[in-house]
Design a protein around this ligand. Structure first.
Ligand SMILES: C[S@@+](CC[C@H](N)C(=O)[O-])C[C@H]1O[C@@H](n2cnc3c(N)ncnc32)[C@H](O)[C@@H]1O
Ligand code: SF4
Ligand code: SF4
Length: 304
């Protein structure tokens, strides 16, 4: 027999204090069908056990309560893989003034007119598949080409740059530049403290050379590559600590966004930042951090 939860029976969300957050992200599930080499979600220090689950009715009600308490205007739906709970995500998106999804694209691209869907691909096939899994590049490409490009959804491809795939920047852009998407975005690896994965740049001056290549490809395809050169300049080794601080003390993403991870017993848990716990802020490559700082300095909004 089906069971129904009445709104009165919904447990209160975890108490995250009284602060306002203009945005939040929510890991709607800790389950993922891929196991990417660079993924911050499944690091040991984070709440990420697949058995920790919150049912749809509770999640919808708790998101609404947290929205009202913290005046959250925008929500980023993430996971794990958020499209594993597509119905829930579709019902939760209208709760917020602005909602977006970041997905691995293997379950198709959701049609959400007026909203942003970021689809992760980490380079051309020969670089993406060793990171995201055999056959994933072709599956994502199929999803992108099967969607209706006129449905009003903004679809961006996002490549996360690490030492494993940075060689492929130019080849990737040449390959995807004519795909039916709104643009191509780049972000850089966020390492953990004492990262031993080999994916991070130990000397940030080596990362500077990669940033210069992203700037060059942006200059070649200014309308297809959406990354902002001013933000990339702030990520350079001589500037980045001003923007992040040694321990995130200057980071606008940390102060402005509430990360809702799925924790113990299926209750929301707040991590140190959107990238989880035990992150190395001195080598943070999160584009959003630098883009936010750039716009605050220029007095502009992130849409400009
Ligand atoms: C954690 S995934 C969750 C959503 C979905 N499963 C996906 O892959 O898009 C969200 C984004 O974070 C990126 N990402 C994963 N680990 C990262 C890391 N250590 N540093 C920076 N970005 C990372 C992924 O490449 C992806 O674009
Ligand atoms: S698909 Fe997304 S959540 Fe899953 S392992 Fe890869 S980056 Fe992490
Ligand atoms: S890792 Fe990056 S996003 Fe997280 S707090 Fe540090 S600087 Fe900010």
């Amino acid at each position: 027999m089906a069971s129904f939860i009445s709104v009165d029976d919904i447990r209160e969300p975890t108490d995250f204090g009284d602060r306002e957050f203009h945005g939040a992200l929510v890991n709607v599930t800790n389950v993922c069908n891929l196991s990417c080499t660079h993924c911050f979600v499944f690091r040991a220090d984070n709440p990420n056990r697949p058995k920790d689950k919150m049912d749809d009715a509770t999640m919808l009600a708790q998101l609404e309560r947290l929205r009202d308490k913290h005046h959250i205007r925008s929500m980023l739906f993430m996971g794990g893989e958020p499209m594993i709970r597509k119905d829930l995500v579709m019902r939760a998106m209208p709760l917020f003034e602005s909602s977006s999804i970041v997905t691995n694209g293997t379950y198709g691209i959701p049609s959400v007119p007026g909203h942003l869907v970021t689809v992760s691909l980490d380079g051309p096939k020969h670089l993406n598949d060793p990171i995201r899994g055999e056959g994933v590049f072709d599956r994502v490409k199929k999803s992108v080409f099967e969607r209706d490009p006129e449905d009003g959804t903004t679809v961006m491809l996002q490549m996360t740059l690490t030492r494993q795939n940075a060689d492929g920047i130019e080849e990737f852009v040449e390959e995807v530049k004519d795909w039916p998407v709104s643009g191509i975005a780049f972000t850089f690896y966020v390492p953990y403290v004492d990262d031993a994965s080999g994916l991070a740049w130990d000397d940030l001056r080596e990362r500077d050379a990669v940033i210069d290549r992203v700037i060059a490809i942006k200059s070649k395809y200014p309308h297809r590559v959406k990354t902002n050169i001013g933000a990339l300049e702030l990520m350079k080794s001589d500037r980045c600590l001003e923007v992040t601080g040694e321990h995130g003390e200057h980071c606008g993403l940390r102060t402005g966004m509430l990360p809702l991870y799925m924790g113990e017993g299926g209750n929301f848990e707040r991590t140190f930042c959107c990238y989880g716990n035990n992150v190395d802020c001195t080598r943070c490559g999160a584009y959003a951090v630098f883009n936010g700082a750039y716009h605050r300095r220029m007095g502009t909004t992130e849409d400009e």
